[in-house]
Every structure is written in C-alpha cells, then in structure tokens.
Design a protein around this ligand. Structure first.
Ligand code: ZN
Length: 459
C-alpha cells in the first residue's frame, strides 16, 4: 500500500513549493505537483495549509545511558516514541563503553538495547580511554560496523573523561580510520577543582552547579579542542555549545581553515541561569553539563544561528526523574545525574522561537534539524531529504496549531519538563516513518522494534 501526501507546502533545506509526495515500499517514490494514487488501496493525506518536511534527525541523544550511578529514564522504545511524537524520525544515540571496556563489546551491548526502538537510529561511539586495541577497534567500527563518528569527553574527569594525551591518540586513530571526532568541551580539571572547593565550603545546592562550570571553562576547552584537532589534522564536531566563548573558538578555527562543525540545543537557546534559583530542589531538573548560561549568551547563540556558525540543533536528550534520580544529589549537587528530556520538543520549539520569531527561515530550520545532521553524519540523502529513493520519513506540520509544553502531556518518560509552560506554535499533525503513519492527531501508532539500525558508510 502506498501513501500519497497531497497539496502540502514541501520544504527542504533549499526549496519550498506546493506539491505532493508519493511513498511506496518505505521509500519516497515521487515528488511533484498533481501526483495521483497508483492503487485503489493507497492512503491519502490532505496536507493543504501544512508544511511537509523531512523527518527530524536528532544527532545527540542518550537513551537508557548508565550515568552517575543510575540510568537515563527513557529507553530506546519510549525515547524514540517521544521523538516520533515530536517529528523526529531518526536519532543518533551514543554507544558508551566505559574506561577499560572494548569498543566492540560496548557496541554489541548498545545494539541489543536499541533493538526495541520504534524509529530508525544510528550510533556514535564513545571513546573513553585509549588502549592497545583502540585504534584497531575504531577502524573496525568505520569499515564494517557502520559507525563513523567517535565522541570523547574533556569533562567528567575520573569517570568517562579523557586527558589531552589520550585525546591526541584517539583523534589520530580516528583520523587514520576516516572517522569524525566529536567532543564535549569543558575543562575537566577546573570543573573538578571548583566542585571540590564549593562542596568544602558547604555550597551543596543545585544552584552551585553552574558556578562550578562557568562559560570560559567551556570556551577554553573548545579552543584547546580545535588546537588538538589542528595538530592532528582531524575533523571535529563540537557538541552542545552554550556560550559566546565557544562560538569564538570555533569561528577562529574555521578562519584558520579547519573543518569544524558546531551544534547547540534548544535549552541553551531558550533558558537562562535564573532556572537555578528555583526553590525546593526544583533547580535540579536543570542540572546538565554544560549548564544553562547567564542571560546574554542566548542572543549570542541565536546570532550564531543567523550567521550560519551552527550546523545542527540536537537535544542531548538524557532524562532523569526528579523523584528517585535527581534526588540522589540532594545533599551534594555533584551527585545530581546530569541531563534532561528534550527529544520531543526540538522541532516545535525551534519553529516557534526560531522561524515564527523571525530568526530563521523554513529552509534553515529544516537544515538545522534534519538535513545537516544527516549530511555531517553520513545519513544523507537517505535521511534529511525529500527526493525519490530516500526513506519515506516525513512530517506534516500544521502551522495553525498551538500548545503549551508540559510534563503532564509530553511523551518523555520523565516527571519534569525543562520547557514547562513554554507556548508553542504549530503542531506535528502527522509523522511518517518508513512510509507508515506513526503519529497522527496526537496519537502514536508505533511498534516496539520497528526501528532499524542505520549503518553509515565509510568516507
Ligand atoms: Zn550528550
């Protein structure tokens, strides 16, 4: 059975026109005006007055990640279902083997966890240490396992973080394998030292979390990351940038001719550090790393979007319940599991506060949420595009819709939303994944395990 989406305003990263999309066998079969049903059993969606754009590709999620003594509360099933409800049809999650663990063993573990996903997914590989076999395992990932991006952490000293010596080795091995290096940039030693000092002074509440990791600590690490990449001659993708200092570091590297990609997230564009003043431990919901920044940085980030410095907007989706999880850090903010939910809200928030606010046009919106993530991570044109032969992953977005984000109504498995009360414009009327309608009129119609692992080709 085919699917015909008619009369919508089709938007890609470069075009915008009224037309039809015909899907068959899970793929886009035709795009153009005046398309007809090919069989009487074809399903028809009238998208008049709505946008039709490629399903979102979230380049940064952490489903069921074991972290800080607990595990992220969305698993691959609930997390991808929430993604689909928000118009995201592909996530790129992170396989995260621990220090001392083989990358390939870690990969098997994550592929097993991810089997229950309802939407397609790809994986980045975390490299949290460098041993005798690491270089060979990185090469194996690129050549045979469909994994071409490798993430390390300059923060989280003593846990999953790496120091500069290790990072140089990891980057060189990734370069030799033809992979892309991704980095979480914060100066791990400074953070550890500030945390120790604050706790010893009895400053244990969540509001001291941002004090322990100020923006210049991120800016310094971002600059150092580009210096290390320069020495090695490696391509770099900087995840979740939050501040002016990081934007400057990335821009300087690009002016030197380096290939550096930049990602930010809705929470850094839309929230400021006044969230840490919330009473009754509610501030813990906003404890993530890097932290939410003082006001001023948000406009710099929007400026970074306007200037084309940002390639992608991801979410760093990594939810934890307030009850039973965030509470682990009631007596010590350094023990609050870092992270929050967001995979469902990305498109709607960026449409509302980006497109409707005049900060970007629809093409740029599609580029940030779908096309560039697909291109940078080797999923394009199968994902992030509307062309014959691409996967039939599409969003029908009704711009006349309105809503309010709330933990009471979201699909995330989490008892808090960091965007609680945010008004949003437009709504996902339909999500199509692999040619099937998986979300319509507010209702999910997904199947556990329907998602496929998407292998990415070596360059
Ligand atoms: Zn992350």
């Amino acid at each position: 059975m085919g699917l015909l989406i008619r009369h919508g305003e089709i938007v890609t990263a470069s075009e915008r026109f009224v037309g039809d999309v015909y899907c068959d066998g899970g793929k886009i079969a035709a795009v153009g005006p005046g398309l007809e049903k090919r069989s009487s059993s074809d399903e028809v969606i009238d998208a008049a007055g709505a946008f039709v754009f490629p399903g979102g590709v979230d380049p940064h999620t952490h489903m069921e990640l074991p972290f800080m003594g607990t595990e992220a509360s969305d698993d691959f099933e609930t997390g991808t279902a929430a993604a689909v409800a928000g118009g995201t049809t592909t996530i790129i999650d992170l396989a995260c083997p621990g220090r001392g663990q083989s990358l390939l063993e870690g990969l098997e573990l994550w592929l097993k966890k991810a089997e229950k996903a309802v939407s397609d997914y790809a994986l980045h590989m975390a490299v949290t240490w460098f041993g005798d076999k690491t270089a060979a395992e990185i090469a194996e990932c690129v050549q045979r396992r469909g994994i071409t991006s490798f993430k390390s952490f300059m923060a989280y000293k003593g846990a999953i973080g790496v120091d500069d010596d290790e990072l140089l080795e990891i980057m060189a091995a990734t370069r030799d394998a033809g992979g892309l290096t991704m980095l979480h940039c914060e100066h791990g030693d400074i953070v550890a030292s500030l945390q120790k000092k604050l706790i010893s002074e009895g400053k244990t509440e969540p509001r001291y979390h941002p004090v322990s990791r100020p923006s210049f600590v991120e800016g310094e690490a971002t600059g150092r990351a580009t210096a290390l990449a320069r020495v090695v001659g490696q391509r770099l993708y900087v995840v979740h940038m939050t501040c002016r200092e990081s934007l400057e570091a990335v821009t300087q590297a690009r002016l030197r001719g380096q290939e550096v990609y930049a990602e930010t997230c809705p929470q850094y564009l839309l929230l400021d550090d006044s969230v840490y003043e919330k009473p009754d431990f509610e501030a813990a919901a906003y404890v993530m790393s890097p932290p939410i920044r003082p006001s001023g940085h948000q406009e710099a980030l929007w400026g970074g979007i306007r200037a084309g410095i940002f390639d992608t907007v991801g979410t760093d989706h990594c939810p934890f319940f307030q009850k039973g999880q965030k509470e682990m850090g009631r007596a010590d903010f350094t023990k609050i599991p870092n992270g929050a939910a967001g995979v469902e809200n990305r498109l709607q928030l960026l449409y509302t506060y980006g497109v409707c606010a005049g900060r970007m046009d629809m093409n740029r919106f599609v580029s940030l949420v779908a096309t560039r993530p697909a291109q940078i991570f080797g999923l394009y044109p199968r994902k992030g595009s509307i062309v014959p032969g691409a996967d039939a992953d599409l969003v029908v977005y009704d711009p006349s819709g309105e809503g309010v984000v709330s933990a009471a109504t979201h699909h995330h498995r989490c008892d808090r939303s960091i965007f609680e009360g945010f008004k949003v414009k437009g709504k996902v009327a339909r999500t199509v994944a692999g040619g099937k309608v998986v979300f319509a009129d507010g209702k999910l119609d997904v199947r556990r395990g329907a998602g496929r692992f998407v292998k990415r080709p070596a360059r």
